[in-house]
Design a protein around this ligand. Structure first.
Ligand SMILES: Nc1ncnc2c1ncn2[C@@H]1O[C@H](COP(=O)(O)OP(=O)(O)OP(=O)(O)O)[C@@H](O)[C@H]1O
Length: 215
């Protein structure tokens, strides 16, 4: 799946004024490629990811297109189905469900849509992949920061996404956990998944084909 972003603008309307955060963003990401997005705090990195994922509407005239699918033309239901089939999203603060154990957290996005036994075995495979096979019945509160982030990655992979969107997945982690997460992401790319990674970390900026600097 190829992603084409052109003339992407995003303005927030606040009580006092209009705040233009993203101005004329353009890039293309071919299938299986990796884009690193850098920029200081407040430069609009999370806003950009949310627009790309269709979680936030971009300004009129912005083009965000996956192959033939233009997300600004899509109805809510089409967009939800598209996200469910094609996208994985990893949040900086994990967004795990504290009341469910690891395996169920991974299964949850597809629980209403797929056979439970098949989902459960896929969740187990994914937990093995992120080295949490022995933690599948642990609750988020019983996991370390690095383990929670790996769990969030496993959950984002339950639908075998074509594109994995990662919002500072290593931001809160030490070097060894950071390396572990990066290894998992690189392995996914090697298997053909496209990756968009937001990071503050300049050490990570050489990973992948493309870099976008927000100012
Ligand atoms: N809903 C909103 N309404 C108004 N302004 C907003 C809204 N959401 C974000 N902003 C502003 O938009 C700017 C960009 O925010 P964003 O979260 O995209 O930045 P970021 O680069 O991801 O920052 P960080 O690295 O700190 O996470 C900030 O100045 C923020 O205050």
């Amino acid at each position: 799946m190829k992603l084409n972003v052109s003339n992407l603008n995003k303005t927030y309307q606040t009580a006092t004024d209009d705040l233009q955060i993203l101005k004329n963003i353009n890039f293309t990401l071919n299938e299986g490629e990796w884009l690193t997005i850098l920029g200081p705090s407040g430069s609009g990195k999370t806003t950009l990811l949310q627009c790309i994922a269709g979680l936030l509407p971009a300004d009129e005239g912005s083009v965000i297109q996956y192959d033939e699918f233009q997300i600004s033309d899509a109805k809510d239901q089409e967009l939800q189905a598209f996200r469910r089939h094609q996208l994985g999203f990893i949040y900086q603060d994990y967004k795990l469900f504290d009341q469910f154990h690891a395996e169920l957290n991974v299964m949850l996005p597809l629980v209403p849509y797929q056979n439970q036994d098949a989902l459960k075995s896929r969740a187990q495979e994914l937990l093995e992949k992120v080295h949490l096979g022995d933690r599948r019945h642990h609750y988020p509160a019983q996991l370390s920061g690095g383990e929670k982030q790996r769990l969030a990655i496993a959950r984002a992979l339950i639908n075998e996404p074509s594109l994995l969107i990662c919002d500072e997945p290593t931001g809160n982690l030490d070097q060894s956990n950071r390396d572990q997460i990066m290894d998992i992401l690189k392995e996914l790319k090697a298997d053909g998944t496209s990756v968009i990674l937001v990071t503050h970390d300049r050490d990570l900026m050489d990973t992948g084909e493309h870099t976008l600097n927000l100012r």
